[in-house]
Design a protein around this ligand. Structure first.
Ligand code: AMP
Ligand code: MG
Length: 414
């Protein structure tokens, strides 16, 4: 199996992986931590919105019938029986010829059916026993009716909605201090390679610093997972098996980097060859990263990304980000795709589709994609500038500048 590998398309590989991913169970969290999370159940209005008839203006609550014929030339004078501030409960019911001075947001007194704003009265600043109106009111004018926006028990947030700051306002309005959301998956990271030392360790000849573990950790966190880092592994089969088993028991999904090729020291490839491991795929028609591997082991997913930092990053965007979005119940799981104009030639034939890292820039209404100059699978110094993956189709002689290409923006949010 390690050498005789079935090659499948990126789309087919992603489908096989996502078919095995179940949305995580729900948990209850504070609204403060909820932005970006997905609502796990429908939430109902716990009260009407607004909860009572209230004034939309500073002015006078009146009975519209009493105001008939009022104009600047022929004002109508009403008796002011009380002042209702926002937050007050009116004490009086309005009778014929009566008005209540009322502030914006104040509760409309019983008997009143409209509000005449201060600007339509004589001496609006004066708190007096009477008020002279310069305008007649219509029933309902300047009143925000109870339940005008939302009726009690109506669904205000639907299962599957992504929480944003506006959602937080809705939660607060209906008194939800805790919100049921989809739990974040714990994603284990296990980097393999005899050559690796930690970022905090001095370099010695023959070694390189492990950049994949920190990069994946950051990507997982950004995409809504909880990264769980395990100690780096040397290329030793017994240790690899032991550590994969230990790690998988502690996480929802395990990602390994390195060791998925056909080299003598590719121990993850050897592990997924075992009879008790169900291989989903171990060769994908893509460059870089064709040995990208996925397997199911003891009911959990194991994803083996190439150790090559560029390929590892691309593997995350094409497979792990969609997987995380599926696990966290996000509405869009497949990578976003856009069309762009290739800004420079990429004249290199390739047997598989090539995912070039690049940048995007809009000129007028046209989107241009600029391939990174350094793009082979290894260069990692340009990873920080990557904004998209540019898809160069298989076969042919590559693409020329000004041809249309499909691009996948990296770090896309669902
Ligand atoms: P592998 O997939 O194990 O064959 O590794 C491919 C290339 O990526 C080799 O040049 C490795 O040294 C390099 N590499 C593997 N793992 C890492 C890592 N965690 N950080 C940086 N480079 C790595
Ligand atoms: Mg290796």
């Amino acid at each position: 199996m390690r050498f005789r590998r079935e090659t499948i398309s990126v789309e087919e590989a992603r489908e096989r992986l996502l078919a095995r991913a179940m949305v995580m169970p729900q948990e209850s969290i504070d609204w403060e931590d909820a932005v970006g999370r997905i609502v796990a159940t429908d939430l109902h209005a716990t009260c009407a919105l607004p909860p009572f008839d209230r004034s939309a203006m500073d002015g006078y609550a009146v009975r519209s019938a009493d105001t008939a014929g009022a104009s600047p030339e022929a004002t109508v004078t009403l008796r002011v029986v009380e002042t209702v501030l926002a937050g007050d409960v009116p004490r009086k019911q309005l009778g014929p010829g009566e008005a209540a001075r009322i502030m914006t947001g104040g509760m409309i007194p019983a008997g009143a059916d409209c509000v005449i704003m201060f600007e339509q009265t004589v001496n609006p600043g004066e708190v007096a026993e009477t008020v002279a109106l310069k305008k007649a009111g219509k029933p309902g004018e300047n009143i925000i009716k109870q339940a005008e926006e939302v009726a009690e028990q109506q669904i205000v947030l639907k299962k599957g909605e992504r929480i944003n700051p506006g959602t937080v306002a809705v939660l607060a309005t209906f008194g939800y201090v805790q919100v049921p959301v989809i739990r974040k998956p714990r994603i284990g990271i296990l980097s393999t390679g005899n050559e690796l030392v930690g970022a905090d360790q001095p370099l010695v000849p023959g070694k390189i610093r492990d950049s994949n573990t920190p990069m994946l950790s950051a990507l997982i966190r950004e995409a809504g997972g909880i990264p769980v880092r395990f100690p780096r592994l040397p290329d030793e089969y017994g240790l690899t098996v032991q550590e994969i088993e230990t790690a998988m028991a502690q996480v929802d999904v395990l990602i390994t980097t390195g060791g998925v090729s056909v080299g003598d020291m590719d121990m993850v490839a050897a592990f997924v060859d075992r009879d008790d491991v169900e291989l989903l795929f171990n060769r994908v028609a893509m460059r870089p990263g064709s040995p990208t591997t996925a397997a199911a082991y003891q009911g959990k997913l194991l994803c083996g990304l190439s150790g090559n930092p560029g390929a590892c990053y691309i593997g995350f965007e094409l497979f792990i980000r969609p997987l995380l979005y599926k696990l966290t119940g996000k509405p869009h799981v497949e990578p976003r795709q856009m069309q762009a104009i290739l800004a420079s030639d990429y004249l290199k034939p390739c047997p598989y589709p090539r995912y070039l890292r690049g940048k995007l820039s809009a000129v007028g209404s046209t989107l241009y994609a600029y391939p990174d100059a350094l793009d082979k699978s290894a260069p990692l110094s340009s990873l920080k500038d990557t904004e998209c993956l540019i898809v160069i189709p298989a076969g042919g002689r590559g693409l020329q500048a000004n041809e249309t290409v499909t691009v996948i923006p990296t770090g896309w949010v669902s």
